[in-house]
Ligand binder design. Sequence first.
Ligand SMILES: [Zn+2]
Length: 202
Amino acid sequence: MEALRQPLESGHVVVARSAGVMRMPARFLLLLAANPCPCGRHGQPGDGCACSPAVIRRYQARLSGPLLDRVDLRVRVGPVSRAELAGELGRAENTAVVAARVHEARERAGARYTGTPWTVNGAVPGYELRTRWPLAPGALREAERDMERGVLTARGLDRVLRVAWTVADLAGHDRPTRDDVAQALQLRTGVNRGVPQPMGRA
Ligand SMILES: [Zn+2]
């Protein structure tokens, strides 16, 4: 998993063999899934987890900070209840509706990046994103505070910025508002602030 860090950043892998060195494209979407502890019940309703704190810490440490630092969206998923299985699934949003919304957001981003080498927020280098498309004044305040407190890295800030632009594109905003940035920060940490997190913070 640690070997994924470099291609996650650069979008390519370098393979060195006796015949030579090859640079191959490797732009991919990384989806990780993990249990909160070895038994999987830690922090769930009713809990029933018998794993010791040391075991839980060791288990969660298997995903390193530097790797988690490269994960943009963290979603805490609880067990599905019987009622949800029976009811909620039928009321879930139609995939076609979501696809149309994503298409619209991508069009908005594409229009913004006309005349640049990029078409989506995820591909824009942090420096370019920070300097060429400024946010509303004060929109980044909370993220900057997190940086000062040491809970957000410089790389993390760039990633929050990219997600904030996507949140703004989905919402139809010209540029990320303070709320869009707050949502990006929340998506990055996975849960509401102050709630113990199964995956810890990068
Ligand atoms: Zn457990």
